[in-house]
Ligand binder design. Structure first.
Ligand code: TYM
Length: 347
């Protein structure tokens, strides 16, 4: 007797990083991209470059195109394999904007107003100076995720609230219009969910950080990266101990060290027992240089052949549309939009 078992379908993961700077930073890598690379063998993976999200804040068209290619090259240099994973640019798949509109129409104004990212980003200039696009940022992100019937979304801690909204919208749509969307879950690796600014360890490391010295840009000269680690703000006292409350600066350095070497924080604490902050910084600077140098070289190699990058992205967009178009058609049908028939078929 023969028995046949159908292998269980792989779960789908999806994530992306915005092209809003000349390089991804170390926080993006440790909090997100690295987890994507680890997960792509086991999951059915979709990684994209959210360029539509990049225009929700001030932007320059020439820069946007350049930065989009840089992020594409950095994904691949970091280990995203376009043969294994679906890899594309968001604006190449129009279904993202189309589904976002449908979701906007089932999202409460008050609900969107409670999104902390919008509040943070408009804190200085006031909400009146912000665009409608920035306000609708979370529903576009929900569309990104729901279009692909995503199970898991590997992101850093700062994206948790967006994931909650996405889940709420999926459930709301399913209840009102019939089961359509998979309700996704966030995958946040606790130990590396948030890398802090090296100069201000109470703020997250970000592409638009107040002081450039607080951020390690993956494409910058490794010597600059080393300098930034060595001049990182540390805390009162001398003990090298992981204690985010009392010692946020040192704890951040230990998190980075542990993430890049695979050594646990406990191991590092005992390795550096009785040593000074300076020792830790000098060693970590070497670790960071060894990490960023090959990544940077590979990114430059990939960027030297933009036609090949564009080819990979075009292929990825085709694969993405095969999935996205099916979901959008279901959504439109369930919401009561009249089918649009091609005249070619009627004649
Ligand atoms: P973005 O471009 O700000 O960041 C990309 C990823 O990096 C993580 N991250 C961090 N992790 C740890 N420490 C930090 N200092 C740090 N800074 C950033 C972010 O959590 C993120 O995972 N809204 C998203 C982009 C997006 C998206 C999506 C993500 C658009 N659509 C759909 C997932 C699914 C964003 O702004 O990421």
């Amino acid at each position: 007797m023969t028995s046949s078992t159908t292998p269980a379908a792989k779960k789908r993961i999806l994530s992306g990083a915005k092209p809003t700077a000349d390089s991804l930073h170390l926080g993006n890598y440790i909090g997100a991209v690295r987890n994507w690379v680890d997960m792509q063998a086991e999951y059915d993976a979709v990684f994209f470059i959210p360029d539509l999200h990049a225009i929700t804040v001030d932007f320059d068209p020439t820069e946007l195109a350049k930065r989009t290619r840089i992020v594409a090259a950095q994904y691949i240099a970091a280990g995203i394999d376009p043969d294994k994973s679906i890899f594309f640019v968001q604006s190449h798949v129009p279904e993202h904007a189309q589904l976002a509109w449908a979701l906007n129409c089932i999202t409460g104004f008050g609900e969107a107003s409670r999104m902390t990212q919008f509040k943070d980003k408009t804190q200085k200039s006031g909400a009146d100076a912000a665009t409608l696009g920035l306000f609708a940022y979370p529903t576009l992100m929900a569309a990104d995720i729901l279009l692909y019937q995503t199970d898991l979304v590997p992101v850093g801690e700062d994206q948790r609230q967006h994931l909650e909204l996405t889940r709420n919208l999926a459930q709301r749509f399913n209840t009102r219009f019939g089961a359509t969307f998979t309700v996704p879950e966030a995958t946040i690796v606790k130990e590396r969910a948030k890398i802090y600014d090296l100069q201000n360890p109470s703020a997250k490391m970000s592409k638009t950080g107040e002081s450039p010295n607080g951020t390690i840009q993956l494409l910058e000269d490794p010597k600059i990266a080393a300098k930034r680690i060595k001049s990182a703000v540390t805390d009162a006292g001398t003990e090298i101990r992981f204690d985010p409350e009392e010692k946020p600066g040192v704890s951040n350095l230990l998190t980075i060290y542990s993430s890049l070497t695979g050594k646990s924080v406990v191991e590092l604490e005992s390795e550096y027992q009785g040593k000074m902050y300076g020792h830790l910084k000098v060693d970590l600077a070497d670790v960071v240089v060894d990490f960023v140098t090959p990544l940077r070289d590979r990114t430059h190699e990939l960027m030297a052949d933009p036609a090949e990058l564009d080819r990979l992205l075009a292929h990825g967009a085709e694969r993405a549309r095969e999935i996205a178009s099916v979901t959008l058609a279901q959504v439109y049908e369930r919401m009561g939009f009249l089918p649009s028939f091609s005249l070619a078929g009627v004649r």
